[in-house]
Design a binder for this molecule. Structure first.
Ligand code: PMP
Length: 412
């Protein structure tokens, strides 16, 4: 499997790494942050050099250009995700802010003590902690949809929660630890829809990795981050259904979001601006479309199948290593873009250091999914994640070092 993207478009691959700076870079940490192409950084430099101005407020040429670029990015992202309109897309600083806005902005306005919120155990902390904050603040009850030892969501447990009439359901579209699509996800989404629960779906690991068409997906709030899609850090989005947009209250007050402010109080602007107080990451938003163009040029289906081939190969090879355990490896579902694993006798942080010395960048730790790790019986794991610039050679490089580490782990 050769890379799907032209690696020559990523200047970072010119770098040699490792203790003696002699190793080629093998980047297997795209689930944390994807590499940025020269097309994106060129567009960033061009934007900042030509139109560096604040948006919306100024009535001069540069401010108008910056505003146009920012609003075009909103339109482009709406089209990319199949959102109902550009106005359904709220810019945030990333998926974390998006999920906080959804849980707290909606929940504070709409939930009362005793109301039930279902939270799936495979979520990232950013789709867990805001709901727990709401539980502390307002006495909302959090009901867990647990996972089994393979990471599969427990449908029976969900059915029991559904019978109690949850007001909201917090799910992830794709986990940042389990490499597969939850087989129960479609059923849970459909049932959540039919019991009128508000659906908060975290798309941080789905958008830009698999084809996402929100016009065909039951959701009320959908979150994503540009930096996981080949864009820059500092900008993300919360896509809202019509109901969600009507029921959402802003989390932040300040400049740019008010139609009126006087001694008596304030009135919020209609539309996305009412939720986007302060100066946003204008340039990062403006160049997000360049990253989306590259994804679409490669084709989301082709990208998904490329990453899945690499993740499946990695999973199968890892599962043959003595003492290696793939998280969710027994779930029976095909792996999509990443694989998380442990090796007996080897601490994930030591392994990631050894891999880094060999030029291979993977993530080690709990990946902001402590409840999921606990359910899977692991305190921490290693995670290799794949994108369009990876190849079968990268998987081989990973396996070679892991073979050596698994031998050491056995001897220890
Ligand atoms: N959800 C998931 C599934 C993630 O993987 C991440 C990033 N690790 C986030 C949410 C949070 O994204 P960000 O750090 O860009 O806010």
């Amino acid at each position: 499997e050769s890379p799907l993207f032209d690696t020559g478009c990523y200047p970072i691959f010119d770098r040699l790494v490792g203790p003696d700076q002699s190793r080629r870079l093998v980047y297997l940490d795209s689930a944390a942050t994807a590499l940025v192409s020269e097309a994106v950084t060129d567009a960033f430099a061009a934007f900042v050099h030509a139109s560096c101005a604040n948006i919306h407020r100024g009535a001069h040429l540069l401010a108008e250009e910056a505003t146009d670029a920012y609003e075009c990015a909103r339109e482009r992202l709406a089209a990319f995700l199949g959102a109902s309109s550009p106005e359904a897309v709220l810019f945030t600083h990333g998926a974390t802010e998006s999920l906080n806005l959804a849980a707290l902005g909606w929940g504070r306005a709409r939930l009362r003590a005793g109301d039930l919120v279902a939270v799936a155990e495979d979520n990232h902390h950013s789709n867990i902690v805001p709901w727990q904050m709401l539980a502390e603040e307002q006495g909302v009850e959090v009901a867990w949809i647990p996972v089994d030892e393979n990471g599969l969501l427990d449908l029976d447990a969900w059915h029991r929660i559904a019978e109690r009439g949850p007001k909201a359901v917090a799910l992830c579209h794709r986990s940042n630890v389990l490499g597969f699509a939850q087989p129960a996800l479609t059923e849970i989404l459909d049932e959540a829809r039919s019991c009128s629960a508000l659906i908060v779906l975290d798309g941080a690991q789905a958008a830009g990795h698999i084809p996402v068409d929100l016009s065909r997906l039951p959701f009320d709030f959908y979150s994503c981050s540009a930096h996981k899609m080949g864009g820059l850090t500092g900008v993300g989005a919360l896509v809202c259904s019509e109901r969600a947009a009507d029921e959402l209250a802003p989390l932040m007050g300040g400049g740019g979001m008010v139609a009126r402010v006087d001694r008596a109080g304030f009135e919020t602007l209609e539309g996305p601006a009412g939720f986007e107080a302060g100066t946003p990451a204008i340039a990062a938003a403006a160049v997000w479309p360049v990253a989306l163009d590259s994804l679409e040029a490669a084709g989301l289906d082709a990208l998904a199948s490329h990453s899945s081939d690499l993740a499946e190969t990695a999973r199968q090879r890892l599962m043959t290593l003595p003492g290696a355990h793939v998280l969710g490896g027994g779930a029976g579902a095909p792996f999509e873009a990443l694989v998380s694993f442990t090796v007996d006798g080897v601490h994930p942080h030591d392994a990631s250091q050894r891999l880094s010395d060999a030029g291979i960048m993977v993530r080690a730790g709990h990946h902001c999914t402590k409840p999921l790790h606990r359910a899977l019986g692991a305190r921490a794991s290693l995670r290799a994640s794949f994108a369009g610039y990876n190849s079968a050679r990268d998987v081989e490089a990973l396996i070679q070092v892991m073979e050596e580490l698994s031998e050491k782990g056995r001897a220890a």
